[in-house]
Design a protein around this ligand. Structure first.
Ligand SMILES: [Zn+2]
Ligand SMILES: [Zn+2]
Length: 282
């Protein structure tokens, strides 16, 4: 059977998507994969939140249960066997950098890779015990010095980026999620871009920020320009928690990358293999 010439060319890969397993997303693994297959995307990575310790997520509202990792991986392996996306459906996970216990983070990532996870995203959601991006704990910002939080965030971000544990750094300036901005963010951007380049870790351009109070891509234009200047590679990410968000606003993300002189997106496949997909606007 010849390919349908009228079908739109598949482009972009969505490298960050969630399922019901994390306790705060809407759709099953099967529904997310079916939506990805029916889209015009070239592929994607399902990246569920890895289990967190009970003291961080006792109600299991931000991460999968510890026992769910093997069945999560197996479900994706089975779906991939019969998927038209084939190797362009990648098994991933999102890992938390825990500044209070980096060795725990390393064990968590090692367990995930041993279970068959191919691509691991590194995320800083926690500063100590504070999930600073949690809408239910946003009031804690009121007592904070914004510059001090940014300093702490980027210190931990740089530790995570240089740890060698992660393939991609998620939503690189998540600290701005609720619109808290420091007096001058440039030193943080410069340091982070330098560290990411040295470490050879990819960074996301995440459209999730457009749906949050900061109303901006992660990373901010100035940060993206700094990363591009340092030759850091970029994935595209929706951070979809609902199937309707898969691939959302990717033309805007591609335009931001092209504006910064970046002409391809990275699509990591595991074991250090990266496909480079040309960026083009419709
Ligand atoms: Zn995240
Ligand atoms: Zn996520």
């Amino acid at each position: 059977m010849s390919p349908d010439a009228s079908a739109p060319a598949r482009r972009y890969a969505d490298c960050h998507m969630h399922t019901v397993l994390c306790g705060h997303a809407e759709h099953s693994i099967e529904e997310m994969v079916a939506t990805l297959e029916a889209s015009t995307l070239a592929g994607g990575i399902v990246t569920e939140h890895l289990p967190l310790p009970d003291e961080v997520d006792s109600d299991r509202v931000v991460s999968m249960y510890p026992g769910e990792l093997p069945s999560y991986v197996m479900a994706l392996q089975i779906l991939r066997e019969r998927s038209p996306l084939a190797e362009n459906l990648v098994i991933g996970a999102e890992a938390d950098w825990r500044d209070v216990d980096p060795a725990w983070t390393a064990r968590s990532v090692a367990d995930a890779r041993a279970a068959g996870v191919e691509v691991v995203l590194g995320s800083v959601h926690l500063l100590g015990d504070w999930a600073f991006d949690d809408p239910n704990r946003v009031d804690l910002w009121d007592d904070k010095d914004i510059d001090a939080v940014w300093e702490q965030y980027f210190t931990q971000w740089c530790c995570a980026a240089s740890s060698g544990l992660f393939d991609v750094m998620s939503h690189p300036d998540l600290v701005k999620k609720f619109g808290h901005r420091p007096r001058d963010p440039r030193p943080y951007y410069e340091q982070a871009a330098h560290v990411a380049a040295e470490a050879g870790v990819l960074c996301e351009v995440s459209t999730a920020g457009l749906r949050k109070p900061c109303a901006e891509l992660y990373p901010a234009p100035q940060f993206l320009a700094e990363l591009a200047q340092q030759q850091v590679g970029f994935t595209l990410a929706s951070d979809a928690h609902d199937k309707s968000e898969i691939g959302a606003d990717f033309d805007l993300a591609a335009a931001a990358l092209l504006e910064a002189g970046v002409t391809c997106q990275a699509f990591p496949k595991g074991d250090g293999v990266i496909d480079w997909l040309p960026l083009s606007l419709s």
